[in-house]
Design a protein around this ligand. Structure first.
Ligand SMILES: *Cc1c(COP(=O)(O)O)cnc(C)c1O
Length: 724
């Protein structure tokens, strides 16, 4: 158990900012994260003070606190600025109603029937650090899209007061993790009042103690996100920090967090008077949300078996990991202590209660969150076609050994939120080329027109984005040098010698070992030849965090870091610290090629390559996850590993071969106008395929049609009584 948090943070009241009356709405705009995907709103904050905006890593609340008031007075008189401001405010106001949305048109009968969406992390914007990686960012993109489409989603998550850790790399390449408590004056999160003047809204009993939970609200366009917090003075000192850190503290803490998320989350929605008509658990972390609903029904006199049926009919479960070891599981004794006596309220005994999480291959000693989720959800999906196949095979035991093809697990391939991930200048190009409505369309024919984009304009735009990335990398290195007096080799390794004309490969994601960040170094000499070729050099930019408890992951990072300082690579291999959504934007928009080398079939989907593709950055990747669907032969490169390529030998050889024979020649093949025509064709196909198939709009529409609406309408499925 970690030490209790000493002092409660400063009162979470945003400082009143003296705004000129004409611009009074800015405070409101800054407090709804919808600003982050509205182009006018983003431009407004940038125009207020561009260098401050960049220094604050795009935090509008901080910006309004720190900007020179005279500047705002000046802008209140600026007609162009005010016109933009009015447009943004009108848009925000229109976001309050869901009348003219896709959902209202498609499912008029379902308006006003909320869908609850539970996830252990949400990555909505860099300024709210309550996410660690792909799962959280996907959940954030889901919320934004639900807002765009007008789906009445209400989200439930955890307010990690310590945020996700900040990363610093020591001179020897070892990752150090530091936590900065969230500054409640700088995030758009407000506490909701409890009952009778209390701070807490609900109470959950676990390990024999009552824990009071406070609920905070964060607004993401039309979608409210309710965040749970246990750090209240009336709670036991050991319980106060339970929800303060993301994915740390080992299984004991995880179990408590998931119990509080599931049980506490349902109670919070009830206390707020929200009655969801369908419930979506994004990953097994939220399985107790379904268990709590079973308990509620049992308390109302419904039998356990009927309660399970009713909860199943309204529940959707999305699984994200293709290996059983990656799924959360706990010892049954811990779960028994965690839930102490809870089963009495369900009218069942402890054994029946624990059987909800029984996974045959793990035995009776293990409580498996995936097994619990599958038992309590009628609609289950994986996150790519390939992951669907793997998941059906893997879950056979839960279906009494039924053949994989008869297991009712579908797939909805992940997608990314276009307005969040596509760079402004690329959107501008598409405005001019495709007409005004393109951003709201998955129409394949419309996206075909990307192929006729003007080469010169696209190349110029891409080059600008690349310059922006490299300027930022230098700026970060300059700061690190000034703050920490880092050494010359570290300055080089931080990317100060990167050159904007050189073919630049990006690799950024969590440093989980299966993602094999260091695979490209398997044959150092062969890579060195590629990188240091005088006429046609290559440079590589890495970023990413290893999980604080993942020492093998930290070793991979250390290995990569070591090469960034190796003079043999002439400063052409860089590692940029503190990967998060901010850096992710710059990288997916500013490199030339996105690299992804997961060990097949361990990448359920992957999403960073989709973000890159939307910006005309093609991907080179092993055929896994989304790339199995996304690779069309002209939008990047695919590597099919040989059987049993544990060491990655055939994968890395194929990677070198593709880089030497196809990628580098194509990139440097320029015509008399200095335009790489063939490369530009690859870029356009990347945008086309991503726009047609890999946006979150396509994904969330699919969830609405095939999962949410049928759950609410009670459409019958082939009756599949599971494994009760
Ligand atoms: C998109 C994203 C990810 C997911 O990357 P993968 O390559 O799909 O693992 C992780 N972290 C951040 C910050 C992201 O934006």
């Amino acid at each position: 158990m970690t030490a209790p948090v000493e002092a409660p943070p400063a009162p979470p009241v945003p400082e009143p900012t003296p705004l000129p009356g004409r611009l009074a709405g800015l405070a409101h705009l800054a407090h709804n994260l919808a600003w982050s995907w509205n182009r006018d709103a983003r431009m407004i904050f940038k125009e207020i003070d561009e260098s401050l905006w960049q220094r604050l890593r795009h935090n509008p609340i901080r910006l309004l606190q720190l900007v020179d008031p005279a500047r705002l007075v000046q802008l209140a008189d600026d007609a162009v600025f005010c016109a933009r401001y009015d447009r943004a405010m009108q848009w925000l106001a229109s976001e309050r109603s869901d009348e003219h949305t896709w959902y209202a048109r498609t499912f008029p009968e379902l308006r006003g029937q909320p869908v609850a969406y539970f996830c252990a992390e949400f990555g909505v914007h860099n300024s709210v650090p309550i996410y660690s990686g792909g799962l959280g960012v996907l959940a954030g993109d889901h919320l934004k899209t639900a807002s765009d489409l007008g789906i009445p989603l209400v989200a439930v998550g955890i307010l990690y007061r310590q945020g996700y850790f900040d990363q610093h790399i020591r001179v020897d390449g070892w990752q150090e993790d530091s936590n900065d408590a969230i500054d409640f004056n700088a995030v758009p999160i407000v506490p909701l009042p409890g009952k009778d003047g209390e701070k807490h809204l609900v109470t959950v009993n676990t390990f024999g103690r009552d824990i009071n939970i406070r609920v905070w609200k964060m607004q993401v366009g039309r979608v409210p996100v309710y965040l749970l917090d246990s750090d209240l003075p009336e709670n036991h000192p050991d319980d106060r920090p339970l929800l303060s850190k993301l994915y740390s503290g080992g299984p004991a803490m995880r179990l408590r967090q998931e119990w509080l998320l599931g049980v506490g989350g349902v109670r919070a929605l009830r206390a707020l008077g929200i009655a969801p008509a369908a419930w979506h658990a994004n990953e097994g972390h939220a399985a107790f949300m379904m268990v709590e609903r079973v308990r509620e029904l049992c308390q109302q006199g419904v039998s356990f078996a009927d309660a399970v049926k009713r909860v199943r009919n309204r529940s959707v479960f999305t699984t994200h990991t293709p290996v059983p070891a990656g799924h959360d599981h706990f010892g049954v004794n811990e779960v028994r202590q965690c839930a102490q006596g809870y089963w009495n309220e369900m009218g069942i005994d402890a054994e029946t209660f624990l059987r909800i999480g029984y996974m045959p291959e793990s035995g009776t000693g293990v409580y498996h969150m995936t097994a619990a989720s599958v038992r309590l959800s009628r609609r289950v999906n994986a996150v790519s076609r390939r992951h669907g196949i793997v998941t059906r095979v893997m879950s056979r035991s839960l279906w009494n050994g039924r053949e994989a093809e008869n297991i009712p697990v579908g797939h909805v391939t992940n997608g990314v939120h276009l307005a969040t991930w596509m760079a402004n200048p690329i959107m501008k190009l598409l405005d001019d080329h495709l007409g005004p409505a393109w951003g709201h369309s998955n129409d394949p024919a419309l996206w075909e027109q990307v192929l006729t984009l003007d080469d010169e304009a696209l190349w110029f735009t891409h080059s600008r984005l690349k310059h922006t990335l490299m300027r930022l990398v230098r700026e970060e290195a300059r700061n690190a040098f000034a703050r920490r007096q880092i050494e010359a080799t570290q300055l080089v390794g931080a990317g100060t010698l990167l050159d904007p004309k050189t073919l630049t490969i990006g690799f950024a994601r969590r440093f989980a070992t299966y993602k094999r960040a260091d695979l490209i170094f398997r044959d150092v000499e062969r890579l060195r030849k590629l990188v240091t070729n005088v006429q046609r050099p290559v440079q590589i930019v890495f970023a990413g965090k290893a999980h604080p408890a993942d020492n093998p992951g930290k070793q991979v990072l250390q290995n990569v870091y070591h090469f960034t300082r190796d003079p043999r690579f002439e400063g052409r291999v860089a590692f940029v610290e503190d990967y998060g959504m901010h850096l992710a934007h710059l990288l997916v928009q500013g490199v030339d090629l996105w690299m992804n080398l997961p060990r097949v079939p361990l990448e359920a989907s992957g999403t960073s390559g989709m973000k890159a593709a939307l910006n005309g950055v093609p991907q080179i990747s092993t055929i896994d996850g989304w790339w199995e669907e996304g690779y069309e032969g002209n939008n990047g490169w695919a590597i099919t590993p040989e059987e049993d390529d544990e060491a990655g030998i055939s994968t890395s050889n194929r990677l070198y071969e593709l880089l030497e024979q196809e990628v580098v020649p194509r990139y440097y093949d320029v015509d008399k106008n200095e335009l790489p025509r063939r490369w530009l064709a690859t870029m356009k196909h990347s945008i086309r395929v991503a726009g047609q198939q890999f946006t979150a709009r396509r994904m969330v529409e699919q969830y609405a049609r095939a999962y949410y609406a049928p759950s609410i309408l009670g459409d019958s499925l082939p009756d599949d009584p599971p494994i009760a």
